[in-house]
Design a protein around this ligand. Structure first.
Ligand code: CA
Length: 241
């Protein structure tokens, strides 16, 4: 028998209460997980990019923003299940949390055994080779390597363009306004020039070579939403299955 190649699942813990974060991290490490810790929205976003976690535990009240904001930023770049850890137990908050794209919600205080069981449930539900990838033939995007293939052609994107494409590819036909893109793809706290979104959309469109014959279109609707649509679904024959 050859060596098993399955790696241990990576759990990103975003929590600013250090004693709680450390006790969760210790327990998960003892349960066989690789644990990455972050204490803020900014650290969590960076760690998600760097480590491509399999599960994300997300506190709601963070020193530089909310877990909801972070969840909205992470959704375009990862399909990993997101579980909120929060002391805000009211129904309204739970609804808000799940509406941002989270998968589960655990109210503090919680038992570490329950937490582990919820993580295992999420991993069972989502275990698939699609982690970190978006496959929308003929578009393929890999967050881990930054590789983007469109109709078999490699497209070199900046990190922001990759994030923006990831957002569009996971929101096909829905699109977003400029403020929504700033909130979901860019950091909302930063003072971003208003033409940044337009310029990034424009360079993305140029690099993808979107034109009348393309499989996708990226247009601004009359109500000022950038919408990414698939207009052709048949991959060219030379690409094979
Ligand atoms: Ca907190």
């Amino acid at each position: 028998m050859s060596e098993p190649t399955t790696r241990t699942p990576i759990v990103l813990v975003v929590e600013d209460e250090v004693p709680l974060r450390e006790s969760v991290a210790r327990h998960l490490a003892a349960s066989g997980y690789t644990v990455v810790e972050a204490g803020s929205v900014a650290e969590g976003q960076a760690a998600a990019w760097e480590h491509q976690p399999d599960v994300i535990l997300l506190d709601v009240l963070l020193p530089d923003g909310s877990g909801y904001e972070l969840c909205a930023k992470l959704r375009p770049i990862t399909a990993a299940p997101i579980i909120y850890l929060t002391a805000l137990g009211q129904d309204r908050n739970i609804v808000q949390g799940l509406a941002t794209g989270a998968d589960d919600y655990i109210a503090k205080p919680f038992s570490l055994e329950v937490l582990t069981a919820r993580i295992q449930a999420q991993l069972r539900r989502t275990s698939s080779p699609r982690k970190g990838r978006i496959d929308l033939p003929p578009l393929h995007l890999d967050y881990l390597t930054g590789e983007v293939l469109l109709e078999g052609r490699e497209v070199h994107l900046t990190k922001m363009e990759l994030q923006l494409l990831g957002f569009f590819a996971t929101n096909v036909g829905v699109g977003a306004t400029q403020p929504e893109l700033l909130a979901s793809v860019w950091r909302t706290k930063a003072d971003i020039p208003t033409n940044t979104v337009r310029q990034t959309v424009s360079s993305l469109r140029r690099k993808l070579g979107l034109n009348a014959g393309s499989a996708f279109e990226l247009e601004m609707t009359p109500d000022k939403r950038y919408v990414f649509r698939q207009v052709r679904f048949d991959p060219p024959a030379h690409l094979g299955p």
